[in-house]
Write a protein that binds this ligand. Sequence first.
Ligand SMILES: Nc1nc2c(c(=O)[nH]1)N[C@H]1C(S)=C(S)[C@@H](COP(=O)(O)OP(=O)(O)OC[C@H]3O[C@@H](n4cnc5c(=O)[nH]c(N)nc54)[C@H](O)[C@@H]3O)O[C@H]1N2
Ligand SMILES: Nc1nc2c(c(=O)[nH]1)N[C@H]1C(S)=C(S)[C@@H](COP(=O)(O)OP(=O)(O)OC[C@H]3O[C@@H](n4cnc5c(=O)[nH]c(N)nc54)[C@H](O)[C@@H]3O)O[C@H]1N2
Ligand SMILES: [Mo]
Length: 550
Amino acid sequence: MSNSIPEIEDAKMMLCVGTNMTECHPIIAVRVKKAVRKGAKLYVVDPRKIPLTEYADGHLPLKLGSDVALFNAMAKVIIDEGLEDKEYIEERVEGFEELKAHLQPFTLEYAEEISGVPAELIRECAIEYAKAESAGIYYTLGITEHICGVSNVQSLCNLALITGNLGKKSAGVNPLRGQNNIQGAGDCGALPNNYPGFQSVEDPACQEKFEKAWGVPMDPKKGITKIAALDHAVDGRIQAMWICGENTLVTDPDVKHTTKALESLDFLVVQDMFLTDTAKLADVVFPAAAFTEVDGFFTNSDRRVQRIRKAANPPGEAMPDWWIISQVAQRMGTSVDFEYQSSEEVFDELAALSPIYAGLTYDRIEKGDLSWPVPDKDHPGTPILHEGEFLNGKGKLQLLDYVPPSENPDEEYPFYLTTGRRLPTYHSNTMTGRSGGFRILVPNEWLEIHPADSDRLGLADGDWARIKSRRGEVITRVAVTRTSPRGTVFMSFAFPEEVMTNFVTNPEVDPRTETPEFKVAAVSIERVEAPSGLGAEQALRADPEGPGLV
Ligand SMILES: Nc1nc2c(c(=O)[nH]1)N[C@H]1C(S)=C(S)[C@@H](COP(=O)(O)OP(=O)(O)OC[C@H]3O[C@@H](n4cnc5c(=O)[nH]c(N)nc54)[C@H](O)[C@@H]3O)O[C@H]1N2
Ligand SMILES: Nc1nc2c(c(=O)[nH]1)N[C@H]1C(S)=C(S)[C@@H](COP(=O)(O)OP(=O)(O)OC[C@H]3O[C@@H](n4cnc5c(=O)[nH]c(N)nc54)[C@H](O)[C@@H]3O)O[C@H]1N2
Ligand SMILES: [Mo]
């Protein structure tokens, strides 16, 4: 995030895009609700009528994958109305005239046609965003898990840049990170293109620095993503894989392809707290300790570095992840020193090699109140990025085109399926599924479908349906609800033992990040009889409340 979480409370306008915040980031959503109570405006851009819309001044229920058309039109409104921040643009932004020319075709009428959102509502949202003293953008997977995910994000950055909302308190462009330490994992170099501290593997100066630190030659080429690695497993270029803390078999798109990839490997290691579906395919399983059972550090969504402390002993043979990795490394006979005695030693090495962590020690992160960059020991941390100047010079406006989703409804597959989360379950449910009472909250998977569509298909609430795409099919219960719009249905992926949602999802990726288009697949839906053995014990779903979409 460019700004810190507590600042949200003082935002004057919040634009929440593709983020089901009350269900997926409920603590952050509390700050949003507090800001609303203090008089801030809230606009929600999401195809579904998610609970956050109940607090909103405006809900823009756009068609799946139409974000660029909508945000380009908003940028055009802002410029046409003369609401851009001229001084900020002059001083800090590059490419304004080019953007202005590029936006000419993105009229409100065009945006309404592509997104289905009434032109007047788009205009209202643009004006509220531009006029606010401080306006924050918050987004999550609704815009990133698309073949145009990068463009979606850039179209939001354009809005922030032309209105001077980057480098300012209670504003910014804020991706709400998914898992507790996904930010920290990237910071530590768990990325194909960076060493720890986001230092490029392709930069000769960085290569030299790490060669010196570790005493071995560095590969000057960047690595590959997990998506590419699975493809390479199928075509034989990769023979061995070590999966740490991921239930890949269940959570990657197109399960048939993932299964083939993992089964093609000569050797698979899985390091997890539980014997997941993925771990069952492994040659070796390393039992990992849980976060409550280890000492270490996590870096939060807003770059806040925090200590975690051991509160219980791990069960059985389970050990901390850093320990398992360093023990294997030592046995591989490398000349690199992997003899860490504690997580603190790992942290000190990270701080020594990454300028953004340079001023941090376990003592300094004791209270968890410092956000990186913290370049030296006296530095107070950086809750707001880009204050005063951008690291790489000027903020560059991007000229973006609308690209439709890779798969769209046709005669054979007439519906859009979008997938995501529900509050009581966490991903593949390996963790949340273990608490006895959770099925009271979410008894089973269900397909969220609008009454206009269910009527046409002869489906009643609680019936069973077959959902089929070009990749595969699943059978699930249906819930007739106005949460999803007509023509678009929604499922989670939390009940793989009953409904393997990712049999159906779309493996097409954004070519720049290789993030799959989990948010759009074309599917067919047909009523089926209740499968034997499953119907009786599965209660009906709990339905989200609210009037829903017409
Ligand atoms: N309870 C719970 N919380 C979680 C998780 C969990 O499994 N359970 N997982 C964590 C992780 S790793 C992550 S990454 C986050 C994810 O957090 P979110 O991204 O908020 O979760 P999703 O359910 O994937 O929701 C995406 C939202 O995008 C909307 N959407 C779909 N398509 C589009 C589109 O084309 N445009 C726009 N504007 N919106 C669209 C959907 O309707 C949905 O409301 O949640 C984290 N928090
Ligand atoms: N259809 C569909 N699929 C999706 C998505 C979607 O929106 N739609 N979203 C995608 C996204 S954003 C995400 S993040 C993924 C999530 O996908 P996964 O990360 O595969 O999902 P989890 O079920 O959270 O699996 C995490 C595993 O880590 C283990 N674990 C937990 N803590 C530790 C630890 O400290 N050490 C070790 N070694 N293991 C640990 C857990 O036991 C669990 O098995 O799903 C992706 N898949
Ligand atoms: Mo995620």
